[in-house]
Design a protein around this ligand. Structure first.
Ligand code: HEM
Length: 326
């Protein structure tokens, strides 16, 4: 009896600890329902207007969420400006790190935050604004609808070196991709699923030019390879041009990306690498022919990505302006 008691007691402690450490358990759908009703609607209106003005904001906001969550967790650290910029000096904050120089959508986040601040001062975190905006962009660009749990706090630290160390480059092979996503508690399947975001948006030539020169990467469809070479010269000069990630349906968040991977028409080595293992290749093929399956899994994976290392207590804070700590 005493033994059973101890066992049950131990179980309670284990469950309690699991809840304490599981960030997912701490976020909540409708977290602002009572403290800032209408916040999610306000943000959605801003995001909608921004994408109507410039469709590039859609992919920009989805990528911003990924780059926020992979570096120090989803804490809006990617939005912080350097408080003492040193002209010509080394990169300091995340947004000055090379993988973040091509991010888009900062202005949309600032606008959305200003509008919710006017309605409810000091209530809605920048990290949640980023997460809501990415969710809204997925709905607007692809009809992928889902609830985004919230209640994240904003971090007070941003280091360029953390961005370089945590964001995967497009040259990664499958093993490296799987390992990097596993370090964020995301499975290989979820990595494949989230890569579907590359069905919208663009890339600079410099992110994939090693597939074009000196030789065309043999895993790249040669017609596409020649087209990309024409667009991206070997000696680019100062101007780094851009190409669409999915030439077939560039403005549609859909499963065309997976069809492109199957036919070797994906832009990055990291995209093409998804077919280098039987299990991930099977998932690519399944998604290519099943939009419903992909969009459900994409929604779930976005929510899970949104729970990476979230702050729900000190030293987290609700920043008043997204580009600086309080
Ligand atoms: C699997 C590992 C990934 C790698 C190696 C990778 C790499 C890249 C690179 C190099 C670019 C182009 C940057 C440029 O040159 O302008 C890009 C663009 C983009 N990525 Fe990824 N990415 C990955 C995963 C993801 C994930 C998980 C998401 C979101 C769920 C995402 C969303 C996007 C979007 C939407 C764009 C287009 C951005 C725009 O048009 O502004 N990526 N990615």
């Amino acid at each position: 009896m005493a033994m059973a008691h101890r066992l049950v007691g131990g179980l309670v402690v284990v469950v309690a600890l699991a809840c304490f450490y599981s960030s997912e358990a701490q976020l909540q759908v409708g977290y602002y329902n009572s403290t800032c009703p209408g916040a999610e609607d306000l943000i959605q209106t801003i995001v909608h207007g921004a994408i109507r003005m410039d469709s590039g904001n859609g992919p920009g906001l989805i990528r911003l969420f990924f780059h926020d969550c992979f570096v120090r967790g989803c804490d809006a650290s990617v939005l912080l400006d350097d408080p003492n910029p040193n002209p010509g000096g080394n990169a300091t904050v995340e947004k000055t790190a090379p993988p973040n120089l091509s991010l888009r959508g900062f202005g949309v986040i600032d606008r959305a935050k200003r509008v919710v601040e006017r309605r409810c001062p000091g209530v809605v975190s920048c990290a949640d604004v980023v997460a809501f905006a990415a969710r809204d962009a997925a709905r607007i660009m692809g009809g992928v609808k889902f609830a985004m749990p919230s209640g994240r706090l904003d971090g007070r630290v941003s280091n360029a070196s953390d961005a370089v160390a945590n964001l995967p480059p497009a040259s990664f092979n499958l093993t490296q991709l799987v390992t990097r996503f596993a370090s964020k508690n995301l499975t290989a399947d979820e990595m494949v699923t989230l890569s579907g975001a590359h069905s919208i948006g663009r890339s600079h030539c410099s992110s994939f030019s090693s597939r074009l020169y000196p030789q065309l990467d043999p895993t790249l469809n040669s017609t596409l390879g020649r087209k990309l070479r024409a667009r991206c010269p070997a000696a680019p000069g100062r101007h780094d041009r851009v190409v669409q990630l999915d030439d077939v349906t560039p403005l549609q968040l859909d499963t065309q990306y997976y069809a492109n991977v199957v036919t070797h028409e994906a832009v990055f080595a990291s995209d093409q690498a998804l077919v280098d293992r039987n299990d991930t290749a099977a998932l690519v093929a399944a998604y290519a022919g099943n939009r419903k399956l992909w969009s459900q899994r994409f929604a779930d994976a976005m929510v899970k990505m949104g729970s990476i290392e979230v702050l729900t207590g000190p030293p987290g804070e609700v920043r008043l302006q997204c580009n600086k700590v309080n």
